[in-house]
Write a protein of this length. Structure first.
Length: 327
């Protein structure tokens, strides 16, 4: 999609299908849950790409498939010119040092039986970095970087609040000096008062260490604040991809328009005049998506081709990609 030299990560035709089987003794493959179905996009060095969409559309699965936590069914993930989907063993292990993940739930992603020091130092031990004393100093340095007291190393996760636990998760992700971090809804489980602190921390770390983020979320106001470009996802496919300002000023896809119309505006005069786009019906099953456009069953602007032919994801304007028969 982009010929620029600063592309850090390129996803090309990524698919992640989960098989559906029947039978107890002899299991037959009877279908697939198409969680991610042919994604193509670039992420540039030092930018934040926001990935938005309603629950169950495949955002988190996309992040995990990019990091090879799930083995993709098809497609390529090219990181600085190397296809990591083709890597195995030691070469993949070395590449993993450069890509990390901040998980959604700070309560479930930290081992309750490990101290904070052990949690943050675990990546260093796995990759045999630093000796005992250097490792302890590195852990204290990482805790200090994310705004935690370095002397908390001997405490356990249950002794911390949700925001502090997420900072521990951020420190763990930073331990190996990665270039790319998947932020999988890192603030959705936190109080609103704490969300801003974590967002500001992520922005400060990006400036300090030159990090590149894939920021997965469904809070559009947060995504607008932190992202450079935004990709809108529906039922396993991208429907729109453009810059942050362009998406909010000129959303082209009917689904993007519906999503943005749901964002409250803190101005009663504007809010009263604004027209909401109310989608009817439920999201189709990813095991049995519609024949044409995935959104055709709920789209207020759907017409004949939408029910027969899948729309091509193409560039309508400079840097503005849309998958819709209206264009």
């Amino acid at each position: 999609m982009s010929e620029q030299k600063d592309v850090l990560l390129r996803v090309d035709g990524l698919k992640m299908y989960f098989p559906i089987t029947q039978g107890i003794v002899v299991q037959r493959h009877v279908g697939d849950v198409k969680a991610v179905d042919g994604l193509t996009f670039d992420i540039h060095q030092g930018e934040t790409l926001g990935l938005v969409g309603e629950s169950g559309c495949g955002k988190s699965t996309t992040g995990r498939a990019i990091l090879q936590l799930y083995k993709p069914t098809a497609g390529q993930v090219i990181f600085e010119g190397e296809d990591i989907t083709a890597m195995r063993g030691e070469s993949l292990r070395k590449m993993r040092r450069r890509m990390q993940m901040i998980f959604q739930d700070p309560y479930a992603s930290l081992n309750p039986r490990m101290t904070v020091g052990n949690i943050v130092s675990e990546p260093l031990e796995v990759h045999s970095l630093f000796n005992g004393k250097e490792r302890r100093e590195k852990v204290k340095e990482l805790l200090d970087v994310v705004g935690l007291n370095p002397y908390f190393v001997n405490r356990y996760p249950h002794e911390f609040s949700g925001g502090q636990r997420q900072r521990i998760g951020v420190a763990r992700a930073l331990a190996l000096n990665p270039d790319f971090i998947v932020c999988d809804e890192p603030i959705s489980a936190l109080d609103v008062s704490i969300q801003a602190q974590v967002i500001n921390l992520l922005e400060d770390l990006q400036q300090e260490f030159g990090l590149t983020y894939l920021f997965i979320a469904h809070d559009l106001s947060v995504v607008r604040h932190i992202s450079d470009r935004i990709a809108v996802m529906y039922l396993g496919k991208l429907v729109e991809l453009t810059t942050r300002d362009e998406l909010y000023a000129n959303p082209m896809h009917p689904y993007s328009q519906a999503l943005l119309s749901a964002v409250p505006i803190p101005d009663p005069v504007v809010e009263e005049k604004r027209q909401r786009v109310i989608l009817e019906g439920d999201v189709p099953s990813p095991a049995n998506p519609p024949k044409g456009c995935n959104f055709c069953t709920r789209c207020p602007k759907a017409f004949e081709p939408c029910y027969e032919t899948e729309p091509e994801f193409k560039e309508i304007e400079s840097g503005h990609w849309v998958a819709c028969h209206l264009y």
